[in-house]
Design a protein around this ligand. Structure first.
Ligand SMILES: [Zn+2]
Length: 648
């Protein structure tokens, strides 16, 4: 410390935007992924709302914050699995032909919505498949070596006419839980239950008119229980970082516990104090469940219970899932590991969890960089992988993926070190409803992404509205009346905030930003908003933030009301200060809105005659210098017509 200099107060709030930005901890590199669409139909509003739009907003902001070369937004189709296979059969096309058509259409839709992926490929596409096959097979070999693949023989549906096993979507029947006659082999869409295929009633093959029969087949089950300790340790560190819904779901699933009959409850109470630290609760089937911090504690407890005459069983059912299938459409498992596994393929979920790593390699290759550089993005603790997905996929992205990442390393029981695949950040969204109901074609409230564009909405209007919905917190409604209201706000006050300074400057100041100083609360408000902006953007929480950004924009309208920079009769010095301040606010507004409404902001940027490099985070709080020559006013948010939407 220099003599005479004051010690820095670490707790003093930063008073200027530059310090706010410099104090914010930025990741070195970022990968953004979004739930992978199946190649079985068009992208709909739900895909855009819950995955692609929020992920794109995130990726755009990260590019502005740490530089485009350090950010990769990777996405593609989940080609494998029976969903696409069934859809292709039903459409009477070869699977390749079918997937290619859908893929191109989805790519077009993403483009229409300015979804700027670094790569949009698919797991079976020629640029991806060879890398994907090699990487996935290597992954399986590592899991096998660490004892995370357990072979089990189970019964599966078999079509005797087609001579093939029928799993997942190739069999339909009656749900053992609710009686829905269109249930799949192992899950029911109507009641959301997952069940053992053998409990499906009145099974029907989707490939022939033969009655399917149950036949023995061998599969690898992923042993997530083996890594339950590090999995739990990792999840415990995320209690504050993750969205409540994610935390609740995973903490209620990854349980290290045992159960006993409640007739032993009195005995248990007598020895309770001698057991390792735990929580207990009543569970279904007249049982008591005890939950421990580690498998070692569980083992100690079970021995103590046993000695006291209380038989208990481990509650590890969550920890095992089959990850191979008897289908040819997929990644062949490395059969040199076990001859009985020959001809089987990797189940589509683990396949799709590995896919974004391979997509990253493809993106790097396509941008002229070495595919091996993927490690800088995925295997460095100072980099972050952020995954946007639907709430119902949390099990797979957190628990199955977490177990795979942990379990394929040399030391499966340790958390990842530098150089290992790092655990990812999970940002889940709830379902999008339309006009108050779950989207469905039969209800007439199903909208594909293209449809809204065809109805005359601009992509930015839709992006902005989707970002305003509270999907991270609850199932939210795309309500066309509310949508129209919000569009009126954009076309009204927001447009006015863009247009007024530009018109006044061109009309009264020869298109040159006047000399002036920042007045009112502009600077203080900016510091406050930028702090909130940085935090909210990092969490992908856009709804409340946008409300604050809207309030911030209103400052321009207030300055115009108060100082009338467009009116020669008002005080000239005040007019200049006001207009100078308006341009300061406008530039900040432009930067903060850029990830949300990129096309509109680009038009604004051109009107302000600013270079593309002005859309960087570090330009926040810098304003537009006096003497800068702006351009003519452009068209920003379109005017809103009052019209009833027509659904398909
Ligand atoms: Zn059901």
């Amino acid at each position: 410390m220099q003599p005479g200099s004051k010690p820095e107060n670490k707790f003093a709030p930063p008073s200027d935007v530059k310090s706010v930005l410099s104090m914010f901890k930025k990741p070195k590199k970022v990968v953004v992924t979004a739930g992978m669409p199946y190649a079985n139909g068009p992208l709909h509003l739900g895909h855009l709302a819950g995955a692609h739009v929020p992920a794109d907003i995130y990726a755009r902001w990260m590019r502005m914050l740490i530089g485009a070369e350090n950010v990769l937004f990777v996405n593609g189709n989940d080609d494998h699995g029976s969903t696409s296979e069934v859809a292709a059969v039903q459409a009477g096309k070869t699977i390749r032909e079918f997937i290619d058509t859908i893929h191109e259409k989805q790519k077009e839709t993403l483009k229409k919505y300015s979804i700027q992926t670094d790569v949009f490929t698919g797991t079976s596409r020629p640029e991806t498949y060879p890398l994907h096959e090699a990487y996935s097979q290597d992954f399986l070999r590592r899991l096998f070596k660490n004892g995370l693949l357990e072979k089990r023989i189970t019964k599966q549906w078999y079509d005797p006419k087609m001579n093939r096993f029928l799993q997942d979507r190739f069999v339909r029947g009656t749900c053992p839980n609710c009686g829905n006659t269109e249930a799949y082999s192992d899950e029911c869409d109507a009641c959301g239950t997952q069940f053992d295929p053998s409990t499906l009633q009145n099974p029907r093959s989707q490939l022939s008119d033969a009655k399917p029969e149950l036949k023995d087949t061998a599969h690898w089950w992923l042993d997530m229980w083996k890594v339950a300790d590090p999995l739990k340790t990792w999840i415990d560190t995320k209690q504050k970082a993750w969205r409540t819904a994610v935390v609740q779901e995973v903490t209620n699933t990854v349980l290290i516990g045992c159960r006993f009959e409640n007739q032993f409850e009195e005995k248990y109470k007598e020895i309770k104090a001698t057991l390792p630290k735990h929580k207990s609760r009543y569970v279904a089937g007249k049982k008591v469940e005890c939950l421990f911090d580690s498998k070692a504690d569980l083992a100690t407890a079970q021995a103590t219970l046993e000695a006291a005459g209380i038989p208990s069983s481990v509650t590890d059912k969550w920890g095992y899932r089959p990850i191979t299938r008897d289908v040819s459409w997929g990644i062949p498992v490395p059969s040199e590991l076990d001859a009985e596994m020959k001809g089987k393929t990797l189940y589509v979920w683990p396949d799709s969890l590995i896919a974004p790593i391979v997509f990253t390699q493809v993106a790097l290759k396509q941008s002229g960089r070495a595919p091996e550089m993927y490690k800088d993005f995925w295997c460095d603790p100072e980099a972050t992988v952020v995954q946007f997905l639907g709430q119902d996929n949390v099990f797979f992205y957190v628990i199955m993926q977490g177990a795979m990442w942990l379990g394929h390393k040399d030391n499966a029981l340790a958390l990842p070190a530098k150089g290992d695949l790092q655990m990812t950040e999970i940002l889940s969204c709830y379902h999008l409803m339309v006009n108050g109901e779950k989207m469905s074609k039969s209800k007439g409230n199903f909208y594909s992404g293209d449809q809204l564009i065809e109805m005359g909405y601009s992509p930015d209007q839709v992006r902005y509205y989707l970002a305003l919905l509270s999907l991270p917190v609850k199932a939210s409604n795309f309500d066309f009346e509310h949508f129209a209201e919000r569009n009126k706000f954009l076309a009204g006050p927001m447009n006015a905030a863009f247009e007024k300074p530009i018109s006044a400057c061109n009309g009264k100041f020869n298109g040159v930003v006047p000399e002036g100083k920042l007045i009112g609360k502009a600077e203080a408000e900016t510091v406050k908003l930028v702090q909130m902006y940085l935090r909210s953007m990092q969490k992908g929480d856009y709804a409340i933030l946008l409300g604050q950004v809207e309030n911030y924009a209103r400052q321009i309208n207030s300055l115009f009301t108060q100082y009338k920079p467009h009116d020669d009769r008002a005080n000239e010095a005040e007019r200049k200060d006001a207009l100078f301040t308006c341009f300061y606010v406008l530039k900040n507004l432009m930067i903060m809105l850029a990830p949300f409404v990129p096309e509109t902001v680009d038009a604004l940027r051109k009107s302000l005659n600013l270079p593309e490099s002005s859309l960087r985070a570090e330009e926040l709080g810098t304003g537009i210098p006096a003497g800068h020559k702006i351009g003519p006013k452009g068209i920003y948010f379109p005017a809103v017509k009052d019209a009833e939407p027509a659904a398909e």
